[in-house]
Ligand binder design. Structure first.
Ligand code: ADP
Length: 988
C-alpha cells in the first residue's frame, strides 16, 4: 500500500528541482523556493510525493532581464536570496534589509517608472504566493486524512496481535497439562515395578499398565497433535503480524516525518504571509512616496532658485567683510609689537642697573684674584723648592743604589762562585741545552745563559736553588728573567684589537690580547692596547678612565671625522679607547659584533687607530693586529701610513679563527682610503672564491711581516684545503712567515687559589675546597646533592657549529645514562641552535642532574670550572681553545676531540705513544657519538672505579703550567727578529 505511493511520479513538472528553461520563459522565470526544501530534505526524498508539497511553493516572478531599471535585479536577487536561505530570525533581518532598499530613504534615487515595475512585480508575486498557499493547505489536509487512516489500521493490527498472544498462552497451558500426564504415567510405572507382587498381580499390573499407557498415549497423541498444529499456525500468524506491525511502524515514521514537514511548511507559509503583508504595506508606502516625490520636485526647484539668489547676495556682502578682517589683523600685530617694545624697554632698564652692579662686583673679584695669584706664586715657589730638594735626594739615593748595584755586580763578576762543584755547573749546562733542543728557549737565550754558567754566575746558582720546588715551566721563566736585563730596552709593542678581557670580551681573542699583553709587559716590553670605545664595555674594569683634550681626525668615505681619545688602564696595561664622532655611531650599538655594517665599523676603527699613532708621533717596533676586524691595519700601514712617516714598525697579524674572514664587496674597501683597484687582485686582498669581494684576513696575511695563528696543529690544518676555509693556498704561499703558537691563559685571572668568584679558594694540594665548590654549585643550580661522588661534567662554550653542538647535546644524554650530572653554560648567535638548546633547557629545567644556562656569565663560568670534575669540548675544529686550559687549571679533567689546539694541549690517559707525565685527559678522533661515548665512558670508569688515580690526575692537571710565559717568549722572539731586520734595513 505504502510502496505504491512511494513509486508515484512527481505530479507537477514545473516543480522539479531543475525546471527547464522553456518552462521558465513560458511562466516568466521561476525562482524556486524549493532550494530551501532541497537543502532540508535529503536526496532520497526527492522522489516522494512530499515533493508536491515543497516544490509547490515555487514563486513565479518577472525575469531579471525583463526589468527595465538596472538597480532592481540586485534588489530582487537579494530579496529572493534572503527568502531562499532559511527561516531563522537573522535571515529575516537580511530579508528586511533587502526589502528596505526600496524604502523611502532610497526613493530619491529610484525612478518612478522603476517603482511602477516593482509594484507590478510585487502584485504578481502576491498572487502566486496566495495560490501556493491554497495548494499547500490542500496537501496538508490530504496528509492528515491519510495519517488518520493509517492510525486505524495500526489499531486493528495491534488488537489482532493481542488475540494471538492469548491463543499462544492457551496452547502453552495445554502443553503443560500433557507434561503433567506424562509425569503421572512415569510415577505409576515406577510404583508397579516397586511393588514386585505375584505373577497374577504382575499380569494384572502389566495389563493395567498397558491399558493406562495406551489411554495416555491416545490422549497424549491426540492432544499433542492438535496443540502442536495450533501452535505452529499461531506462530506463523504471529510472525506475519509482526511483519505487518514493522511495516506499519515504518509507515508511521514516514507519516511522522510528513508531520514535521507539514509543520515546516506551515512556518514557511506564515513567513510568506508576513512578507506578503510587508510587501503590501511597502507597496502602499511607495505609492504615497511617488506622489510625494513629484510635489517635492516642484518644491526643490523653488528652493534652488532661492539659494542662487542668496549666494549672489552673500558674495556681494563678504568682500568688504574680508577687507575689514585684514585691517583688524594688522592692527592686532601692531599692538603686539608695541607691547613687546615696551617690555624690552623695561628689561633694558633692569639690565642697565644690574650691569652697573656687575661692574663693581668684577672689580672686587679682580682684586681678589690678584691677591690669590700672589699667594699661589708664593706657594708655587715653595713647592718648587721642595720638589728640587726631593729630586736631589732621589738622585742621591739613585746614585748610591747604582753604586751599590755596580759594586755587587763587580763582586759577582770578579768573584765567581766557587762553592759549587763542577758537576753542578755541568748539570745546569745540560738543563739549558735540553730546553734549547725541546724548543723551550730560543738559541739566543740559551747562548746568554750558557755564558753565565761558563762564568759561574752566582745568579744562576740562586735561580737554580729558587726553582727546586717549582715545575719546569716556572724554572724556564726564572732563568729567562736572568737574561732580560733591565738595562737593555725592550720592544715597543702596540696591539690594535676589537676585544680585550675583561672589558670587552666575546671569546678567546679578548683573553689573548690581555694575557699576551701582560706577559710581554712582564718580560720588560712596553705594551699598549688600542680598542674601540664600545658603549657596552665593562667600564668598572677600567681604571682612571679619562678623555684626552685632543680630537684625532681620521679619513672615511671622503671626509674627515673627529675621534675622541680616552685613556685608562686595564689589568695594569695602558689602553687607548677611540670614540668616533661619526653619524653612524659605530660603537654605540649595545653589542660588539654582529652589526650589518661591521666591515665599515672596523675598517674605520683600523684607520683611526693608525691615525692616532701617527698624530701622537709614536714609534712602535711592532704593531700587532688581530682577526679580520683589525686586519685592515696591515694594508693601511704599508699603503698609507708608512709613507706618511709612521715607519718604525713591523706588522704582526694573528688570526684566531679562519672561519671568520669578514669578506665584503670590493668597493667597500674604498671607504677607509684603500685603493680598491690595487688591492682587489688575486695576490692581494681579493677573496679566493668570490672575485668581486675583498677578504680582510687575506689582506692581513699578505701585508704582515709576521703571521701567526693560535696553535701549531691548527697552523697545519689551515694549510689544507679542508681546514683552510679557502685560504690554504694563500697560507702555503706565505708559509715562511706563518707559525702556530699555542695560546696561554692569564694565570692571575684564572687562579683557583685567589679567584674571588669562587665560594672557596683551593689549590692542587688541598682539594677539599673543590668539593665545596661542587656542593655550592649543585645547591645554586638546584641539582641533586644526594650522591657526593656523582661526577659533574661541565661545558662552557659559544653554541656554534664549530663547537660540535650535536655532540654536546649527545653528551648531555649520555652523561645522564652513565649516572653523572651535566652543567652547560653557553649562548648562541645562531637562532635555530639557541632555540634547540632552549628546548633542552626547558625539558630539564627541574631535573636533578642536568642544567643548561643559556647566557654569557663570567662569574658563573668561574664557578663551573671549579665545581666540575670533567670538562667536555667535542669541537669539529678548534684553533686553540682556552676552556680546556682553564678547566685543567681548576682541576677539571678535559674530554676533547683531537683537533687544533686541543690536540696540542690534551693528551690521552691511555695513549702509550705519549710519555706518561704528559698524559692529562681523554681524547677521541672521530667527531661522532661513538667517539664521545668512548671517551666519556673511560673517564667515568676511572672516576668511579679508581678514585685515587683520579685525584692524582686532578692534581697533575692543576700543576701544568699554561701561563703565557712560554708563548710570550715565542712572540718576543718573532718580534725581535722582525724588528732587528727592520732596524738593519733602516741603517742600510
Ligand atoms: P672561542 O674563542 O672560540 O669562543 P675559546 O675556548 O678560545 O673559544 O674561548 C672561550 C672563552 O669564552 C673562555 O674564556 C670561556 O670561559 C668564555 N666563555 C664562552 N662562553 C661563555 C659564557 N656563556 N659565559 C661566560 N664565559 C664564556
Amino acid at each position: 500500500m505504502t510502496k505504491a505511493s512511494h513509486e508515484q511520479p512527481p505530479t507537477n513538472a514545473d516543480l522539479q528541482p531543475n525546471g527547464d528553461e522553456e518552462s521558465e520563459s513560458k511562466n516568466a522565470s521561476v525562482i524556486n523556493v524549493s532550494i530551501l526544501s532541497q537543502e532540508i530534505i535529503s536526496d532520497d526524498d526527492i522522489d516522494t510525493p512530499d515533493e508536491d508539497v515543497d516544490t509547490s511553493i515555487a514563486v513565479e516572478h518577472t525575469s531579471a532581464k525583463e526589468l527595465s531599471a538596472p538597480t532592481i535585479p540586485d534588489e530582487q536577487n537579494s530579496l529572493l536570496r534572503s527568502m531562499d536561505m532559511d527561516t531563522d530570525m537573522p535571515r529575516h533581518g537580511t530579508q528586511d534589509t533587502a526589502i528596505n532598499i526600496g524604502g523611502a530613504e532610497q526613493l530619491s534615487s529610484v525612478q518612478p517608472e522603476d517603482l511602477v515595475g516593482m509594484i507590478r512585480y510585487a502584485e504578481k508575486n502576491i498572487l502566486l504566493l496566495n495560490q501556493a498557499r491554497v495548494r499547500a493547505l490542500d496537501d496538508v489536509e490530504k496528509i492528515l486524512t491519510e495519517k488518520e487512516k493509517l492510525q486505524g489500521e495500526i489499531n486493528v493490527l495491534e488488537m489482532r496481535l493481542a488475540e494471538t498472544d492469548a491463543r499462544i498462552q492457551v496452547a502453552a497451558q495445554e502443553k503443560i497439562r500433557v507434561e503433567l500426564l506424562e509425569d503421572k504415567l512415569e510415577k505409576l510405572r515406577n510404583e508397579f515395578a516397586h511393588r514386585g507382587g505375584t505373577e497374577s498381580n504382575e499380569l494384572d499390573m502389566y495389563e493395567n499398565e498397558k491399558l493406562l499407557s495406551r489411554e495416555v498415549s491416545i490422549v497424549h497423541n491426540n492432544r499433542f497433535y492438535s496443540v502442536t498444529k495450533e501452535l505452529s499456525s499461531l506462530r506463523e500468524e504471529n510472525s506475519s503480524l509482526k511483519n505487518d506491525i514493522q511495516a506499519l511502524k515504518a509507515e508511521l515514521s514516514d507519516v511522522k516525518n510528513t508531520d514535521e514537514r507539514v509543520l515546516m511548511l506551515e512556518t514557511q507559509r506564515s513567513l510568506l504571509e508576513s512578507s506578503l503583508k510587508d510587501l503590501e504595506s511597502k507597496l502602499s508606502d511607495s505609492q504615497e512616496d511617488v506622489s510625494k516625490l513629484s510635489s517635492l520636485k516642484v518644491e526643490y526647484k523653488h528652493l534652488w532658485e532661492k539659494v542662487e539668489n542668496f549666494q549672489e547676495l552673500l558674495d556681494k556682502a563678504t568682500k568688504p567683510a574680508d577687507q575689514a578682517i585684514i585691517v583688524l589683523q594688522q592692527n592686532q600685530e601692531l599692538r603686539k609689537k608695541v607691547d613687546k617694545l615696551e617690555e624690552s624697554l623695561g628689561e633694558a632698564n633692569v639690565y642697565k642697573l644690574s650691569s652697573e652692579k656687575l661692574q663693581q662686583y668684577n672689580e672686587l673679584m679682580q682684586q681678589k684674584i690678584k691677591l690669590l695669584e700672589d699667594r699661589l706664586q708664593k706657594s708655587d715657589e715653595e713647592i718648587h723648592s721642595y720638589v728640587q730638594l726631593y729630586q736631589e735626594s732621589v738622585k742621591e739615593f739613585q746614585e748610591t743604589l747604582n753604586n751599590l748595584k755596580e759594586e755587587s755586580k763587580k763582586r759577582a763578576l770578579d768573584e765567581p762562585v766557587d762553592d759549587m762543584p763542577w758537576e753542578f755547573w755541568s748539570r745546569v749546562l745540560l738543563i739549558i741545552d735540553g730546553w734549547l733542543l725541546e724548543k723551550k728557549i730560543s738559541t739566543n737565550d740559551a747562548k746568554l745563559l750558557r755564558d753565565m754558567v761558563w762564568k759561574k754566575d752566582g745568579q744562576i746558582r740562586d735561580a737554580y736553588i729558587a726553582c727546586k720546588e717549582k715545575n719546569e715551566r716556572e724554572a724556564v721563566t726564572t732563568f729567562l728573567r736572568l737574561i732580560s736585563s733591565p738595562t737593555s730596552p725592550g720592544l715597543y709593542v702596540i696591539h690594535i684589537a676589537a676585544e680585550m678581557a675583561p672589558v670587552a670580551k666575546v671569546g678567546g681573542l679578548g683573553d689573548v690580547v690581555a694575557g699576551l699583553g701582560k706577559a710581554l709587559q712582564k718580560r720588560g716590553h712596553l705594551v699598549e692596547i688600542i680598542l674601540p670605545k664600545y658603549d657596552c664595555m665593562q667600564y668598572d674594569h677600567i681604571r682612571d678612565l679619562r678623555v684626552l683634550d685632543v680630537l684625532v681626525e681620521s679619513y672615511f668615505d671622503g671626509q674627515l671625522f673627529k675621534n675622541k681619545i680616552w685613556v685608562g688602564t686595564v689589568e695594569g696595561l695602558p689602553v687607548y679607547f677611540i670614540e668616533p664622532h661619526h653619524p653612524d655611531k659605530f660603537f654605540w650599538r649595545g653589542q660588539f659584533y654582529g652589526e650589518r655594517d661591521d666591515f665599515k665599523r672596523f675598517s674605520f676603527f683600523s684607520r683611526a687607530a693608525l691615525e692616532l699613532l701617527l698624530q701622537a708621533g709614536k714609534k712602535p717596533d711592532i704593531i700587532h693586529c688581530h682577526d679580520w676586524q683589525t686586519a685592515f691595519v696591515a694594508p693601511l700601514y704599508w699603503d698609507l701610513y708608512a709613507p706618511k712617516g709612521l715607519n718604525s714598525a713591523r706588522i704582526c697579524f694573528t688570526c684566531h679563527n679562519f672561519e671568520y674572514q669578514g669578506t665584503a664587496p670590493a668597493a667597500e674597501l674604498a671607504s677607509c682610503g684603500l685603493d680598491v683597484h690595487q688591492l682587489n687582485r688575486p695576490d692581494r686582498m681579493q677573496d679566493n672564491s668570490a672575485h668581486d669581494r675583498v677578504n680582510p684576513v687575506k689582506g692581513g696575511v699578505v701585508f704582515s711581516n709576521i703571521v701567526t695563528t693560535v696553535s701549531p696543529t691548527y697552523a697545519q690544518e689551515v694549510r689544507t684545503a679542508e681546514g683552510g676555509k679557502g685560504l690554504h693556498s694563500t697560507l702555503n704561499f706565505h708559509s715562511k712567515k706563518f707559525v702556530g703558537i699555542l695560546n696561554g691563559i692569564d694565570t692571575d685571572a684564572w687562579n683557583p687559589a685567589t679567584d674571588t668568584f669562587l665560594k672557596v679558594q683551593y689549590t692542587a694540594n688541598d682539594l677539599q675546597g673543590k668539593a665545596e665548590n661542587k656542593e655550592a654549585m649543585r645547591r645554586h643550580l638546584r641539582l641533586s646533592s644526594a650522591d657526593v661522588r656523582k661526577p659533574l661534567l661541565g661545558c662552557i662554550t659559544r653554541l656554534v657549529p664549530q663547537k660540535g653542538v650535536h655532540l654536546i647535546r649527545h653528551a648531555i644524554y649520555r652523561t645522564l645514562e652513565l649516572g653523572g650530572q651535566f652543567v652547560l653554560l653557553g649562548s648562541s648567535p645562531v637562532p635555530h641552535i639557541q632555540r634547540e638548546f632552549e628546548g633542552i633547557a626547558n625539558h630539564f629545567q627541574n631535573h636533578d642532574d642536568i642544567r643548561l644556562i643559556l647566557k654569557y656569565d663570567e662569574s658563573l663560568s668561574h664557578s663551573i670550572y671549579a665545581a666540575s670534575d670533567m670538562f667536555i669540548i667535542p669541537s669539529i675544529f678548534e684553533p686553540c681553545g682556552l676552556t680546556q686550559l682553564i678547566a685543567m687549571r681548576y682541576g677539571s679533567v678535559p674530554i676533547v676531540r683531537k683537533t687544533g689546539g686541543l690536540n696540542d694541549s690534551v693528551f690521552d690517559i691511555d695513549d702509550d705513544t705519549i710519555p706518561l707525565q704528559f698524559r692529562n685527559g681523554f681524547t677521541f678522533l672521530t667527531p661522532d657519538e661513538q667517539g664521545v661515548n668512548n671517551a666519556l665512558e673511560r673517564a667515568f670508569n676511572l672516576y668511579m672505579n679508581n678514585p685515587e688515580n683520579w685525584q692524582q690526575l686532578v692534581q697533575d692537571v692543576m700543576n701544568i703550567d699554561f701561563s703565557w710565559e712560554l708563548s710570550a717568549a715565542h712572540y718576543e722572539e718573532l718580534y725581535s727578529k722582525s724588528a732587528a731586520r727592520a732596524r738593519a734595513v733602516a741603517r742600510s
